[in-house]
Design a protein around this ligand. Structure first.
Ligand code: URA
Length: 432
């Protein structure tokens, strides 16, 4: 087999065989195919797509490129959730403990943030002492004992994705439904959960710019997961503005804690309750979603979800006092309010720009080598639909040093205004 023939085949929109796809992945991981050739194939896939059969073969080949986690020793239903990424997305921090408090087993492998998108591991590491790197045995034992562990993905899990994703990142080949679907589902399959809930985001701050594309991606991921015997459900959610109000690591941990106390922002609370209800019903832990939602609300009201988060933090070496008293989390030297100069309604607080702005003051990384400053970020004072008048606070900036005029101007214009009232945003577009 010659790799150039595979590239040409895709260039002419022909379907690749399972054998060709397996051969490509195996040889690439072994370092036998150069990046420039794989880049050409990735671009041909971006432009010409892949059939469901090809995408399924790619997913399996990627999953089999490394180790898979066997969770069968853990009693109970093992559940996982995955978000395609967005700004202010701290869902795992609240949803995970709530599910564990409801009796599900949450064995979660998470990632780090890059660009405007935050990562769960970075958020958790803003808690003093928190260890994201447990060995496999400890990880499994912790899930068995307390129902939840959140760790970094091991080096040996889907190495093909690690190589391919790094290449896609620098060759303009990230935004492709078959490539995203196979990347996400290969990792979910390798990580071993039986029930998988996907939060597929669309909009300004997401990979998928429209709801239609997000639905297509979700359908493909459900197909891939179900073909391997997993129960997969998806929610299509709006990422035109940040989720909740906090953007930035310690600020998001605090917002997750507030949510577990029943005092979280309405949109974030709704997302967590709806996702949790879907998962509990799908896992058979409740009769249906209505009972699932009631159970999720109950673990907030009786404090058991917050207790679960503290238990997890303690088990992973973190300072649980910072969860009980979030004011002990890292704090910025400066907190600067940004005031409205206008009167009107917020049409949109642009997610992508706000994520970038937060990254630029230390809340995220532009390159993998950048250092995160957990105390920094932005807290929105106003969101879509809110009425504002001159002097109202649009946002608070948590920062380390002086803020540049141009940066402040960009923050101001990230809030799009309308003279007319703006209809309420529909966060959950669809459930599949
Ligand atoms: N997240 C992933 O894990 N892979 C992609 O390709 C895109 C988002």
């Amino acid at each position: 087999m010659r790799f150039v023939d595979i590239i040409e085949k895709k260039r002419w929109k022909e379907e690749l065989t399972e054998e060709e796809i397996r051969w490509w992945i195996l040889r690439y991981v072994a370092g036998e195919i150069p990046d420039y050739q794989v880049s050409a194939l990735l671009m041909a896939i971006c432009l010409n797509g892949m059939t469901a059969r090809e995408t399924s073969a790619l997913t399996m080949a990627m999953m089999e490129s490394g180790e898979t986690i066997d969770l069968s020793r853990i009693e109970g239903i093992k559940v996982d959730k995955h978000s395609t990424g967005g700004v202010g997305d701290k869902t795992t921090l609240a949803l995970g403990p709530m599910l564990a408090a409801c009796g599900a087993k949450v064995a979660k492998m998470s990632g780090r943030g890059l660009g405007s998108t935050g990562g769960t591991l970075d958020k958790l590491e803003s808690i003093r002492g928190f260890n994201c790197y447990l060995d496999k045995e400890t990880f499994i034992r912790q899930v068995q004992d307390i129902g939840i562990a959140v760790i970094g993905q091991t080096e040996s899990l889907v190495p093909a994705d690690k190589k391919l994703y790094a290449l896609r990142d620098v060759t303009g080949t990230v935004a492709s439904i078959p490539l995203i679907a196979s990347s996400i589902i290969s990792k979910k399959l390798a990580a071993g959960a039986e029930v998988i809930e996907l939060d597929v985001k669309y909009g300004d701050g997401a990979f998928m710019k429209t709801a239609k594309e997000a639905v297509e991606l979700a359908r493909m991921m459900i197909y891939l997961g179900e073909a391997c015997g997993r129960k997969v459900r998806a929610m299509i959610t709006d990422m035109n503005e940040p989720l909740g109000r906090a953007i930035g690591n310690a600020l998001e941990v605090k917002e997750a804690v507030d949510t577990l106390r029943g005092q979280g922002p309405a949109d974030f609370t709704e997302l967590v309750l709806s996702s949790g209800a879907n998962i509990l019903a799908e896992a058979g832990l409740t009769a249906d979603k209505t009972e699932g939602r009631r159970k999720m609300e109950a673990v907030i009201a009786d404090g058991s979800a917050l207790k679960k988060l503290k238990q997890m933090v303690r088990a992973q070496g973190g300072d649980a006092d910072q969860i009980e008293h979030p004011e002990l989390l890292p704090k910025a030297d400066f907190v600067t309010p940004v005031f409205s100069k206008e009167r009107g309604y917020i049409r949109r607080a642009r997610a992508l720009e706000l994520g970038r702005l937060a990254m630029e003051i230390g809340a995220g990384r532009e390159t993998k080598e950048d250092v995160i400053h957990p105390e920094t970020g932005i807290v929105l004072g106003k969101k879509t639909g809110d009425f504002v008048k001159p002097g109202d606070i649009l946002a608070w900036v948590h920062h380390r040093g002086p803020l540049e005029g141009e940066w402040l101007e960009r923050l101001y214009t990230a809030f799009e205004m309308s003279a007319e009232p703006v209809p309420e945003k529909q966060l959950i577009y669809k459930t599949l």
